[in-house]
Design a protein around this ligand. Structure first.
Ligand code: ZN
Length: 57
């Protein structure tokens, strides 16, 4: 499973590791990674770039 980093709303910090990330389809061919902040457990969501989505497939 690939690792993703995103912005945590609660930590107010970029580059936070997304724990237990799952790739979900958003329709229109876009994909997103959904998981929780590795530090505080807040739900995180990151829209994947085409490159990232290709890797996740
Ligand atoms: Zn956090």
């Amino acid at each position: 499973m690939a690792e993703y980093n995103g912005y945590c709303m609660k930590c107010k910090e970029k580059g936070r590791e997304i724990k237990d990330a799952k790739v979900v389809s958003m329709g229109k061919g876009r994909k997103a990674a959904k998981g929780v902040c590795a530090k505080c457990g807040t739900g995180m969501y990151k829209i994947l770039s085409k490159e990232e989505a290709a890797k996740a497939a």
